[in-house]
Design a protein around this ligand. Structure first.
Ligand SMILES: Cc1cc2nc3c(=O)[nH]c(=O)nc-3n(C[C@H](O)[C@H](O)[C@H](O)COP(=O)(O)OP(=O)(O)OC[C@H]3O[C@@H](n4cnc5c(N)ncnc54)[C@H](O)[C@@H]3O)c2cc1C
Length: 276
């Protein structure tokens, strides 16, 4: 299929982009790497009257350290983050995860912020943002605001982005020394969206487990201390608390079982890395 007709704007500045977003409101859509939006246009799942291309805006293209955060601009492609020389040192979780986001070809076009904005419940980057307790920096013509990941994802492919706003950047907390990270994913093939993916983050204060692919948005839980049966019980409670669904790829029962197994593996690995 072909998309419905639309106008295409390529602003020269962020201000111009925000002006266009304010002017066209719900009729406008930001286009970044186009890896999710173009298929949606072709299938006519999205029919914006105007596309605003943000990929020529220099102001959005940086990966920078700001205090205790790494800030990734909306023009940063996933491949650029993957190639960032400081990734393993500053964001070790993302160094583990980024190679699982689609394929070399899709990462060469798709952006980090585009994946966060798209908010697919199986996507690895929203999962990582939740697990790390990151923030989304939103900007409209008149005001800017920062939203924690826990408030940003509000449902199936639905976020806190308001009409006239766009993501300017996302920020991931710098890895603190003594923190352990682990990631596991089960999908049909490497590069496919996850059937279930888990991230565990362990430090002296405790362990968090974030889960994608089960509920309609990534979910994050504090895991009680303890191993053995206590951990099994906690993972069982988490698995049943999620709104798991049957679909073409897997049953809800299988998804809950993956939460128990991948959850245990990631928690064990993250805790071991935290102690070493
Ligand atoms: C074959 C294939 C396999 C894939 N596999 C995976 C996978 O395994 N895991 C995974 O996570 N992803 C996967 N993807 C999706 C890919 O990661 C996309 O790149 C990503 O989801 C969207 O990023 P984008 O820059 O291409 O955004 P676009 O497609 O340009 O936009 C996606 C949505 O986000 C909005 N948007 C984009 N940027 C902004 C912004 N700055 N502010 C506000 N709204 C914005 C758009 O309006 C649109 O609604 C796959 C894609 C393909 C084609």
């Amino acid at each position: 299929m072909k998309p419905a007709a639309f106008d295409f704007l390529r602003p020269d500045s962020l201000e111009e982009a925000l002006e266009a977003l304010a002017r066209f409101g719900a009729d406008a859509r930001v286009i970044a790497g186009g890896q999710s939006l173009v298929p949606m246009l072709n299938m006519r799942l999205a029919r914006p009257a105007v596309l605003i291309d943000i990929m020529r805006l220099d102001a959005l293209r940086s990966i920078r350290e700001e205090g205790a955060e790494i800030v990734v601009g909306a023009g940063v492609r996933q491949a650029a983050l993957e190639a960032w020389p400081q990734l393993a040192e500053k964001l070790p979780l993302l160094a583990k995860v980024i190679g699982w986001v689609g394929h070399v070809q899709t990462r060469a076009r798709g952006t980090v912020c585009g994946s966060i904005a798209h908010a697919d419940p199986s996507a690895e980057l929203p999962l990582s943002l939740m697990a790390l307790g990151g923030w989304v920096r939103l900007r409209g013509k008149r005001k800017a605001r920062s939203v924690p990941a826990s408030d940003f994802f509000v449902g199936m492919m639905t976020t806190a982005i308001a009409e006239g706003e766009m993501i300017e950047a996302v920020s991931f907390p710098l890895a603190a020394s003594g923190t352990g990270f682990a990631f596991r994913e089960i999908g049909r093939r490497h590069g496919d969206f996850a059937i279930v993916a888990c991230v565990a983050v362990a430090d002296a204060a405790g362990t968090r487990l974030a889960i994608a692919g089960v509920d309609d948005q990534p979910r994050c839980f504090a895991v009680p201390t303890g191993d053995g049966d206590a951990l099994d019980d906690a993972l069982n409670d988490i698995a049943w608390s999620l709104n798991a669904r049957d679909d073409l790829h897997a049953s809800a029962r299988y998804r809950r079982e993956l939460v128990r197994r991948l959850g245990r593996e990631t928690i064990t690995e993250a805790r071991a890395a935290c102690r070493s």
